[in-house]
Write a protein that binds this ligand. Structure first.
Ligand SMILES: [Ca+2]
Length: 366
């Protein structure tokens, strides 16, 4: 029996919802979220480019900090921020955390001269389009990002913070923060007015920098050319050196055995590749198709080979290659045929994982 949705109760609920919608304060025409404004196409441009929208957000870069002669500020809502630009100066001050509502046209600023830019702006036509909704709020907390995750279109206009090492600089306008483990770097750029003094830092300093992400890309598609812009000197703090990242192991063990037959009778050895979580107990065995244990490869015929960098190896037990020479425990050559390699791993928490793969012992075909 199927339920009939056209019951009086459902009809009453729908009517109540309609009434609630009518009673709610109507949203301004064109009301969208800042994340809607920052949603982008394959060229890196806003999907709302050219449209007039109304957004709400909290001030993360107040007017007056970037440009003295215009109103240029950044506001953020959720994980998305955007530049607000007016040619006129705002007649009132705004503080960090103030909540504002802004109406304006979504513009992708690209310099007609250099073709560079692609920072998304909401351009207001009159200052009446900027309305202060509330003041005295807590400032927006900067999102803590790993350095390689800063240079993304998703972060443009947003307040973020990251830790890196000063690796290179033109201390007048910009310096570079690097991540020694991934090789990624981020350009840190000076805010337009007095802002920030990079000359107090030297290469090798580890800094945590808070700032908004600006884009100054030089060619389409506009998905590169990001700069991290600290607003104040206090946005740049000395920090502890970055720890090497935890090696990424899958929680599961992996076993890899070549599918081709190997010829132990002429001295070939089958390389059995495996990996396992750090410091786990690892056993590799070979069985015949009747389920009889043929050989335990607890002692590698090959040395374990780890492709990981040196600093990962400490305490590391379990990625590498074991060789099977096609012999049983008594070192007798096994008959040609199919065998089963079995990897059993028990991690530090006692979780067991078993993987099997076939191995084929071949013979010379006349
Ligand atoms: Ca952009």
């Amino acid at each position: 029996m199927t339920k009939n949705l056209n019951t009086p109760a459902v009809a009453t609920l729908a009517a109540a919802l309609c009434l609630a919608a009518l009673l709610a304060r109507p949203a301004p025409a064109g009301a969208v979220t800042i994340c809607d404004v920052q949603d982008y196409d394959s060229a890196g441009f806003s999907l709302l480019e050219g449209e007039t929208v109304t957004v709400k957000g909290a001030v993360i870069v107040p007017p007056g900090l970037l440009q003295p002669q215009y109103t240029s500020m950044y506001i953020q809502q959720g994980d998305c921020g955007v530049n607000i630009f007016c040619f006129d100066l705002l007649p009132f001050e705004l503080a960090l955390g103030d909540s504002v509502q802004v109406t304006g046209e979504v513009v992708e600023y690209v310099s007609s001269g250099s073709g560079a830019g692609a920072t998304t702006e909401i351009m207001c036509e009159s200052l009446e389009q900027i309305e202060l909704l509330s003041t005295g709020n807590d400032p927006v907390e900067a999102a803590a990002l790993d350095l390689p995750d800063v240079n993304l279109e998703d972060n443009e206009g947003r307040l973020v913070k990251t830790i890196g090492i000063v690796i290179d600089n033109n201390f007048d306008f910009s310096m570079y923060l690097g991540d020694p483990y991934s090789g990624a770097s981020v350009q840190v750029y000076k805010s337009y007015i007095e802002g920030t003094d990079f000359s107090v830092f030297v290469p090798g300093d580890t800094l945590e920098i808070t700032g908004f992400v600006l884009q100054y890309d030089r060619a389409a598609p506009y998905l590169q050319g990001y700069e991290l812009v600290p607003r104040y000197q206090s946005d740049m703090q000395y920090a502890e050196p970055v720890e090497p990242p935890e090696p990424e192991y899958s929680a599961e063990a992996r076993l890899s055995v070549p599918a081709r037959p190997f010829r132990p009778d002429i001295g070939e050895v089958l390389p059995i590749g495996y990996s396992a979580p750090e410091r786990s107990e690892t056993t590799i065995e070979v069985y015949d198709l009747q389920g009889r244990l043929v050989r335990t490869l607890t002692e590698g015929d090959y040395e374990g080979i780890s492709a990981l960098p040196e600093y990962y190896k400490e305490g590391f037990y379990g990625e590498g290659v074991r060789g099977w020479d096609g012999r049983d425990e008594l070192r007798r050559l096994v008959p040609a045929g199919t065998y089963i390699c079995r990897l059993e791993v028990e991690d530090r928490d006692g979780n067991k994982s078993v993987k099997i793969a076939p191995a084929v012992v071949g013979i010379k075909l006349n």
